[in-house]
Ligand binder design. Structure first.
Ligand SMILES: C[S@@+](CC[C@H](N)C(=O)[O-])C[C@H]1O[C@@H](n2cnc3c(N)ncnc32)[C@H](O)[C@@H]1O
Length: 210
């Protein structure tokens, strides 16, 4: 898919920096139980036919979701890093469609998927680009939007693997609600790394379109 939008952050994720992330974060059997449990807490009670993850990397979360829903949910993914995208395609899961592209122009129609989500992706979007990517996530969702990201009361940038401009923390829940008045909060919570080691202390919010 042709994409007009590119950013410094996307440049890094598409190159060696992104490939190194893939090498550090492959699937391992021990990740399955905490992964499934984390998603059970966030969305285990929902009735869903279809999900898209924006910024899936190699699809760890999709493997967890496939296990959580017994392979019954049609999964979709968008991932700009080619190495991660290629690895994503190797999982034996109910992957309806995946695209090697970014989240600024999602290749799906309005309201075409039950749930659209990010996990540790909005934190890598520069503040000026956050509105456009959440617009796309909300646009393609028929009903639910989920995000799990690093929290900060006030927006701040943090060094990430020794570099500035690649990691941003804020209250992403409030960002969604302020920008998208059609969302209401269904639930929110915290994935504590001490208990669910793969989740890296993420705050999450589940919204419903009204
Ligand atoms: C920290 S990783 C998280 C991967 C995955 N969501 C997970 O939880 O395992 C961030 C991912 O976001 C992707 N990404 C970065 N910028 C993006 C953008 N603008 N649109 C979509 N994905 C993006 C990166 O390529 C990378 O795969």
């Amino acid at each position: 898919m042709e994409q007009k939008k590119t950013t410094r952050q996307l440049g890094e994720w598409g190159a060696q920096f992104g490939n190194d992330y893939v090498d550090r974060n492959d699937f391992a059997e021990w990740k399955l139980a905490p992964g499934v449990e984390g998603f059970r807490r966030m969305i285990g009670g929902l009735e869903l036919d279809s999900i898209i993850e924006v910024g899936s990397n190699i699809g760890l979360n999709l493997v967890f979701l496939d296990a959580l829903f017994g392979g019954k949910v049609r999964l979709h993914a968008v991932e700009p890093n080619k190495k991660a995208y290629d690895r994503l395609l190797t999982h034996k899961i109910n992957l309806a469609k995946a695209w090697n592209c970014n989240g600024f122009q999602l290749p799906m129609a309005d309201a075409s998927v039950d749930l659209a989500f990010t996990n540790g992706v909005l934190i890598h979007i520069a503040p000026d680009d956050l509105g456009p990517i959440t617009d796309e996530i909300v646009r393609v969702s028929k009903r639910y939007v989920l995000c799990s990201e690093y929290f900060s009361h006030t927006p701040e940038g943090k060094p990430y693997h020794g570099q500035d401009g690649l990691l941003f923390k804020r209250d992403f829940g409030s960002f969604y609600l302020d920008r998208h008045p059609q969302l209401k909060v269904v639930d929110y919570g915290f994935l504590w790394q001490r208990e669910l080691e793969i989740f890296d202390d993420l705050n999450w919010w589940l919204f419903e379109k009204v």
